[in-house]
Design a protein around this ligand. Structure first.
Ligand code: CMC
Length: 432
């Protein structure tokens, strides 16, 4: 197979190397495109652009494959848990028992937040969006542990093991505290000796002198959901984290930017938009048929939320896993949710509809994860926060990969300017 691509224009021919990834994906190396030809490549939304070479996660969107460090998501969902998979994502290998114990202990030890930080939560207006609080608080960690956020690459990398466990632990505590603050509830301290997800549920839902004690399947489903979100290669938020990190910014500043990027409805906000859509359909008395027609026409501005993916063009393997867990969990909890019936109907109709089939639009992970969270009792405005807790190891791993690359350059894309050409400044009184 050719190892060079040829580009011809203006009677000249240029050659660019082609290289291959470990899964035989091929890419043209355009690093010297501008210096050799004067052109830049234009690829709005980066649909065809490899922004980096990475060892963290492999996705084959056509075949519906997702692997963390070489291990399939199906196998991890069956045999692993969130913390072990987080280690795999961040260190590129499964931990030994000693490594896992050390990592888990570090996560457990960091569950509390500084009392001065804790008092900040009560200063947000009630009903503040927990994503806004989460983003600010993740960035603020740099104020409470400045030794882990020096903006000196070598020093920040040296502290990575500590900082990563710290961030994975704190994001969960901050998330629960954000929920309680935005609902005017007193904060609940973490419980020593309790697992990652159980502790989160405790900090969210316990009341002083009255511990929340759900059936074990609840923490298990939550653990799985976080595991399924742990990394997803160069999505909008992870690319943001890499971009911020490429300028040398510390880990907390970088992941805080990731939280902001995740917030939008086309990305992490989609899980919330799915439930809003299902509730809207239910309230209108529609069984989903009318909504599908509206989404197809495009005129209403509606989309079938939880459907479609930039990368998966066959099925989203995470959606398959969470879909079956969703059904089981609701049965075990004895919850009957009309939204689940509508979701099933929407899925069946869309999968049999030419519009969705031709555009390769299938349910994505958000289609069912919203229903799982609703069953657990997590309020709608916390859905994207849950996604952020899950995605934290992926963001950390990507920050580390950027920071560890001695040849890494600051991310700085170019543009094709389409604005006004030069004209003279006019004094204000002469302007129309
Ligand atoms: N409902 C109806 N039509 C759709 C949908 C949808 N959910 N998604 C895409 N289309 C249509 C779109 O109108 C376009 O049609 P046409 O070719 O006639 O103009 C075609 O499909 C291609 O769409 P696109 O917007 O160019 O595709 P994209 O790759 O830029 O967008 C997406 C991917 C996920 C943003 C989009 O499918 C979408 O908005 N889905 C709903 C939101 C959602 O569920 N997002 C969560 C993504 S998974 C979580 C994550 O990894 O972040």
């Amino acid at each position: 197979m050719s190892q060079e691509a040829t580009l011809s224009f203006d009677d000249k021919t240029y050659k660019f190397p082609i290289f291959e990834g470990t899964e035989k994906e091929r890419a043209i190396d355009f690093t010297k495109l501008r210096s050799e030809t004067g052109l830049i490549s234009y690829d709005e939304g980066f649909g065809n652009t490899g922004s980096c070479q990475s060892k963290i996660t492999f996705i084959d969107g056509e075949k519906g494959i997702l692997r963390y460090g070489g291990i399939s998501i199906e196998e991890l969902a069956e045999k692993s848990n969130f913390l072990e998979s987080s280690y795999l994502v961040m260190y590129g290998k499964l931990p030994t028992q000693t490594e896992l114990d050390l990592f888990s202990d570090r996560v457990a030890e960091n569950a509390s937040i500084d009392e001065r930080m804790r008092s900040m939560f009560s200063n947000y207006p009630s009903k503040s969006h927990p994503m806004a609080i989460l983003s600010s608080m993740m960035s603020s960690l740099a104020c409470y542990s400045p030794e882990l956020a020096t903006n000196d690459r070598a020093a920040d990398l040296e502290g990575f093991d500590e900082a990563a466990a710290y961030a994975i632990s704190k994001v969960r505590t901050i998330a629960a505290a954000a929920y309680r603050a935005s609902n005017g509830l007193p904060m609940i301290y973490p419980k020593p000796g309790v697992g990652y997800c159980d502790n989160f549920l405790h900090m969210m839902f316990s009341e002083p002198y009255n511990d929340f004690e759900p059936i074990p399947e609840v923490a298990k489903a939550l653990n799985l959901m976080l595991l399924l979100h742990a990394d997803h290669e160069q999505n909008c938020s992870t690319s943001t984290v890499r971009m911020v990190g490429s300028g040398g910014a510390n880990l907390f500043a970088s992941v805080s930017a990731g939280v902001g990027a995740l917030w939008g409805p086309s990305h992490g906000g989609a899980n919330m938009a799915v439930i809003q859509m299902l509730e809207e359909i239910h309230a209108s008395g529609d069984d989903g048929s009318k909504f599908i027609e509206d989404a197809k026409s495009g005129k209403s501005g509606k989309r079938l939320m939880g459907f479609g993916h930039r990368v998966y063009k066959n099925f989203d393997p995470r959606a398959k896993i969470i879909g079956s867990v969703c059904e089981d969990l609701l049965n075990k909890m004895g919850v009957s949710d009309p939204c689940l019936d509508i979701a099933r109907k929407l899925e069946q109709s869309a999968l049999a509809d030419d519009y969705f089939v031709q555009r390769k639009l299938y349910p994505n992970v958000d289609f069912y994860s919203g229903i799982v969270m609703r069953a657990i009792g997590i309020p709608l405005n916390m859905f994207t926060v849950m996604f952020a807790i899950g995605r934290m190891p992926g963001w950390l791993a990507n920050w580390k990969e950027v920071a560890s690359n001695p040849k890494g350059r600051i991310s700085r894309p170019r543009q094709v300017y389409q604005g006004a050409t030069q004209y003279a400044y006019t004094p204000i009184e002469e302007r129309a």
